[in-house]
Design a protein around this ligand. Sequence first.
Ligand code: CAO
Length: 462
Amino acid sequence: MPIEQVTVPDIGGAEGAEVIELLVAVGDQVAVEQSLIVLESDKASMEIPSTLAGTVVELLVAEGDQLSEGAAIAKIEVAGDMASEEAAGDEARAPGDEADGGEPPERADKVAKEQTGVASETVAGGGNASAPASQPDEQTKQPAAEQLSPEPAERGEPGAGLASVYAGPAVRKLARELGVSLVQVEGSGPQGRILKEDLQRFVKKAVSAPSGGMAGAAALPAVPEMDFGKFGEVEVTERSKLDRLTAANMQRSWLNVPHVTQFDDADITDLQAFRSTLKQEAEGRGTKLSPLPFVLKACAVALRDNPKINSSLARGGEELVYKRYIHIGMAVDTPAGLLVPVIRDVDRKTIWELAVEILELADKARERKLSPAEMQGGSFTVSSLGNIGGRGFTPIVNTPEVAILGVSNAAIQPVWNGVDFTPRTLLPLSLSYDHRVVNGGDGGRFLSQVVSLLSDIRRLSL
Ligand code: CAO
């Protein structure tokens, strides 16, 4: 049987449209007009249909490829009888389905699988944002395939399942982004086609619904997408996996944890003077001595004395786990994004040992050489923006930890000593904590102790 190529047709002059989805695989049988891939240009996404009926013997494109008119998409072994099968299939389908863009059965099954995958991701991840990640609800326990895949017998019956979903590529894409299964959305377009407005209405209704099946997600109104290009030139870039992961972690913590932040300044005038006397020794040891090792050490002592700050909630908030170890995560700003390596047993290490480890872990983080184990097991976090600047900030708790210390830029300030103002170096500190575990008194005592230890570092040795 002859093998022929399907190429990209006229796509309205769009150059370098990106392949965002492959809708067929090698070995699939395709019909004329069946969509093979989805292309996305600056302005729109579009499904590219096959001009041939037969079996896909080679796919010539991959997701992420940039295509223009005439580019080869796939090689198809053309089957003489495919056209007649296609005609027979048309008869079996509801009138109007083919002409109005309804999905052929193979494509429809594929959409069902894809949509199911998306839904499962959403339910497990962001779909129930206000529920703690460690407490799956009934929805998360149920395999998504059971919730959403139509029974085979139902496929193709209008309204029965995903096979009957009738929507354009832009709406499908938006639905995937929003984590909405289109089978739940009622279409108001011609022949029940789902329009963008239908999807928006569905989401609005879901977010305003009283608590029930979608309790977590319903509490979170969606931020509408915006076409910023309408107002001037823009550049759109793909976010790195690390950035997206950090964003998800931040949002989970922000939504689950009632945050309180307390502020104080530590007078580190004496610490800075002591540090400057150690500069040469540090060089001799091949390291650097910033204020950070002292901050970590002060936190370790205060964590030992205030064990609640070194705890985590368990069993949905019914238990509190006090950790006997003091492992402190250290936020590192890297070109790839934020990483938090963990320094273990900070209470048992000397300032020099901590200085060496800070440098080693920060270098490893910047070179993306940290192992997963080096980023796990933290019981508290320090986020130091002191080297970057700023007078204060409210860090987000790195849940399931219950507290995080923000360190800002030390500066010389006039301080009243009872007789006159004297210049002192003040280090601004901000302690954010999970108010489900840590009360103002706990937080205040912890922060005051850190301040007092840093203001008189002789106390660190006690
Ligand atoms: N106030 C004033 N100066 C400070 C300071 C502070 N609080 N903290 C550090 N410095 C100084 C250091 O002393 C050093 O100067 P000298 O060489 O003259 O002593 C200089 O700033 C650079 O310090 P550093 O960055 O090399 O070392 P560090 O130990 O202070 O910090 C690290 C290490 C890895 C924490 C830091 O480089 C970093 O990545 N910080 C960003 C963390 C972050 O992104 N947090 C936000 C997370 S939430 O988005």
